[in-house]
Ligand binder design. Structure first.
Ligand SMILES: C[S@@+](CC[C@H](N)C(=O)[O-])C[C@H]1O[C@@H](n2cnc3c(N)ncnc32)[C@H](O)[C@@H]1O
Length: 323
């Protein structure tokens, strides 16, 4: 696995499969796009059993380590061992977005987010903030799916922010419905630097889609703390990211391993694989309540290569306590 783009393509294949499954679900239940029913509990994919995969995956990972004693780098995920050598993460992502966004085909709406988190369509979810918005592929479906919502999209890459802005313009949304900001979400208290611009406690929802896995583990608490700061009491974080033993983890070369769950890609961007226990501990450690966590276990078939892929995604909803 060498680039986030490749991973995104596979995510897209997942999206297509997911749509088919949703269509099947729609015909059975008359699903209305999430406005009335609570689909979330039925929706999590379980094409295979995570515990069974775990057994197999642990063998694969340990056999990689056996053959690579000298190069083994699986240290403590929470320490900065090896991350510094990769250089500035902001620069690595900027380079990625510059390169990838110059190819228009990269932009694909992540519509499945509305199916995974039907709560984003609730009428009382009016202010949504996306952390690490990339090129806007999640912002657009939210603006389309919930006509009452306003979205504030943040990313530390200028190029990502610019591409999100362009995507919003291209779709013709009123500018008042979407604010796009360049922010490093893993350092200090975000937005406060603007002189307390009234963002604290403003949001009903914070979305983290393949964001936290890109943040160095020692800084994840800052990013989660920023979400807590920006949410209203009772506001929720909607989380989807790479799950432990995902195919992309098993494919990483051993010399790109930085910790038991942490890897770096060839372009020096980070990729972290969450267990549900780890995920809940990280959010609860910053003061959130866990509403739900689950592994979405999705089996995909690549017809061209006649190859089955087992993807694991970590799903979570976390609430800011009322007081
Ligand atoms: C894997 S991409 C996901 C993008 C988008 N959420 C999606 O699903 O298509 C991770 C994004 O997080 C951004 N990012 C990583 N660390 C960040 C930080 N500390 N502050 C703000 N954005 C960050 C990167 O620039 C990148 O756009």
């Amino acid at each position: 696995m060498s680039s986030p783009l490749k991973e995104e393509e596979e995510e897209e294949e997942e999206d297509a499969g997911r749509r088919q499954r949703m269509e099947r679900y729609t015909s059975r239940s008359g699903y209305d796009g999430g406005r009335k029913g609570n689909l979330a509990s039925e929706y999590h994919d379980s094409d295979f059993d995570w515990m069974e995969l775990r057994e197999e995956a642990e063998k694969i990972l340990s056999s990689k380590e056996e053959g690579n004693h000298e190069r083994e780098r699986g240290g403590d995920d929470e320490k900065d061992g090896g991350i510094e050598k990769l250089g500035d993460q902001g620069k690595a992502w900027e380079k990625f977005h510059n390169k990838v966004n110059s190819t228009a085909k990269f932009f694909k709406e992540k519509r499945y987010i509305l199916q995974e988190f039907p709560a984003l369509l609730e009428e009382n979810v009016l202010e949504v903030c996306e952390f690490g918005c990339g090129n806007g592929s999640t912002v657009i479906p939210i603006l389309k799916g919930n006509p009452l919502a306003r979205v504030t999209a943040m990313d530390f890459s200028e190029s990502a922010v610019e591409h999100t802005r362009q995507a919003v313009e291209r779709e013709g949304f009123e500018s008042a419905r979407c604010t796009v900001m360049t922010r490093d979400l893993s350092s200090g208290v975000v937005v406060e630097e603007e002189g307390g611009s009234g963002e604290e406690g403003k949001f009903d929802a914070v979305l983290m889609v393949f964001f936290l896995s890109a943040v160095p583990p020692p800084k994840m608490d800052k990013a989660i703390g920023n979400a807590l700061h920006l949410l209203k009491p009772g506001g929720r974080v909607f989380f989807r990211d790479y799950g432990m033993f995902d195919l992309t983890q098993l494919r990483f070369p051993q010399d790109q391993k930085l910790g038991s769950k942490l890897y770096h890609r060839g372009d020096n961007t980070l990729s972290y694989f969450f267990t549900l226990e780890d995920l809940a501990a990280k959010f609860e450690g910053e003061g959130f309540e866990t509403v739900e966590t689950d592994y979405a276990c999705v089996e995909l078939y690549n017809r061209k290569k006649d190859f089955e892929m087992r993807r694991v995604f970590a799903h979570g909803v976390f609430r800011k306590p009322l007081r």
